[in-house]
Design a protein around this ligand. Structure first.
Ligand code: GDP
Length: 296
């Protein structure tokens, strides 16, 4: 992900840094090219606009053209603004609540919710030494609860025993009770998804939220779905109290720009990213490192 954008930007900046002196026009021209590169990479338009406006304002304010290394100054300003666009500080999963700390995973079907649930459970168990329980609330897809049970076995993480015929809210109540009685530190709820957003999905998600009172509600979004992922964050954000985003398939070769807009458009921090199908293919999202990757 981000390779094409990265190549484009390094082309623009190479040209800029190779020249000694720069005129205002050179900087403006470079900014136009950056703007084009971001739009072509699928970064949301209004995010591109405020990004380039801020870079321009800074470049003028800092008298870039009069500095000894103007090209490098522009690159530094772009880097800083990119980090800002991605959310500045890395924000991890928050465990600071009375156990069981409930986490709810929401998103569309196929976005990687179940995989991310078990990846997160695995990480919390092995790295953070938490006692974790997972529960699937997906009663629509016949094999969903069984899929999570199998993943739990592989990851050595407990799953809520399956009881046929219960509704998602009934399973939620049972899961919270079981996690409390069993002395679990964390309970991760894997909610059902659909192929698209509809009122029923939203109402169900909101009802589960009300019962579970999650400390973290994470939207799992496929980075390869472009602007759809951005709209998803907006839509879910209007109905549930999202605390963060998990971007999946960051190992794929999409344009990546939509992922870059998610934070700015939704106002929610990207907390984690999925970089593969394996259990350990989950990484923290560090805005500065991602910006570094993009700018080479
Ligand atoms: P759900 O319907 O949202 O629960 O989606 P799943 O967790 O079942 O994931 C759907 C598919 O995406 C599975 O084949 C996963 O292995 C795959 N997947 C999930 N996350 C990632 C990721 O970060 N990278 C890659 N390459 N594949 C992923």
């Amino acid at each position: 992900m981000f390779e094409t954008l990265s190549d484009r930007l390094s082309g623009i900046f190479d040209k800029l840094t190779r020249r000694g002196a720069l005129s205002e026009e050179d900087v403006s021209e470079a900014m136009r090219e950056v703007r084009r590169a971001l739009i072509e990479a699928d970064v949301a338009l209004d995010v591109v606009k405020s990004f380039t406006d801020r870079v321009k304002a800074k470049a003028v304010g800092q008298d870039v053209v009069k500095s000894v290394t103007p090209g490098q100054m522009v690159v530094k300003i772009v880097n800083d603004e990119l980090v800002r666009m991605l959310g500045s500080e890395a924000q991890g999963i928050d465990l600071a609540a009375t156990p069981p700390v409930v986490m709810m995973m929401v998103g569309l079907q196929g976005s990687g919710k179940t995989t991310t649930t078990s990846k997160l459970a695995h990480r919390l168990t092995t790295r953070d030494k938490q006692k974790v329980m997972m529960a699937s609330l997906d009663t629509r897809r016949p094999a969903a609860q069984e899929q999570l049970r199998v993943l739990g076995e592989q990851a050595n993480v407990a799953t809520l025993p399956i009881v046929e015929g219960q509704s998602p809210t009934e399973i939620t109540e049972r899961a919270v009770k079981a996690a409390r009685l069993g002395g679990f530190d964390v309970l991760i709820l894997d909610t059902a998804g659909r192929t698209h957003i509809d009122e029923e999905l939203m109402a169900e998600t909101a009802a589960i939220e009300k019962i579970a009172q999650p400390h973290e509600t994470l939207l799992v979004a496929d980075a390869l779905t472009g602007q759809d992922a951005v709209n998803l964050a907006k839509n879910f954000g209007e109905r549930v109290d999202l605390t963060g985003i998990v971007l999946t398939r960051v190992d794929g070769d999409g344009r990546g720009g939509a992922a870059l807009s998610m934070r700015a458009v939704s106002g929610k921090p990207i907390k984690l990213m999925g970089v593969g199908e394996k259990l350990d293919a989950l990484e923290d999202f560090h805005p500065d490192r991602i910006a570094g990757r993009i700018l080479g």
